[in-house]
Design a protein around this ligand. Structure first.
Ligand code: T46
Length: 142
């Protein structure tokens, strides 16, 4: 696997998802390749995150993701080795696209927050870069 070391935080953005509202509430739906640029191969979600805890602290070589605050709120700090950018997620019909090769830290989870992740690949431990110095070296080695 080759690192996607040319990606930047400016390749990551919030996208608005469809929302259908009626008197009994809202529904949001996503279809791979229609609303996202990939077929969704895996869904996972973070929940019951204790107050003050952080998640993430890694980058991916290949994985593409969309993160949604399906409940509550949290912040996502993205880092491409040069620029850091923080996104606050707090509405279930907005998703944050994270491209490969971006370091991320998730924090400021509200009580009851749910971070829903729609991912382009199945789980592979080898797709993670968990050492920040290694990440910086990879980003600098283009
Ligand atoms: C990400 C952020 C937002 C699996 O066995 N299968 C899976 O699909 C996942 C996602 C995790 N795991 C195992 C691997 C670890 O033993 O669950 C444990 C915790 O995973 P991790 O420390 O990577 O959790 P987070 O919250 O730091 O990161 C997760 C995702 O791994 C990552 O892709 O971007 O959520």
């Amino acid at each position: 696997m080759k690192p996607n070391n040319k990606t930047t935080v400016f390749d990551c953005a919030i996208v608005e998802l469809p929302k259908v509202h009626n008197q009994s509430g809202n529904i949001t739906f996503v279809e791979g390749k229609k609303h996202f640029p990939f077929d969704i191969k895996r869904i996972y979600y973070l929940y019951d995150v204790p107050g003050g805890e952080s998640r993430g602290g890694h980058a991916h070589y290949d994985l593409q993701q969309f993160l949604v605050a399906a409940g509550g709120s949290f912040d996502v700090q993205l880092d491409d080795g040069t620029v850091k950018k923080t996104f606050s997620l707090n509405r279930p019909h907005y998703a944050l696209q994270i491209v490969p090769g971006i370091w991320r830290e998730l924090n400021n989870f509200s009580s009851g927050a749910i971070c829903l992740v729609l991912a382009s690949e199945l789980y592979q431990a080898a797709d993670y870069i968990r050492d920040y110095r290694q990440f910086l070296a990879l980003k600098a080695s283009q």
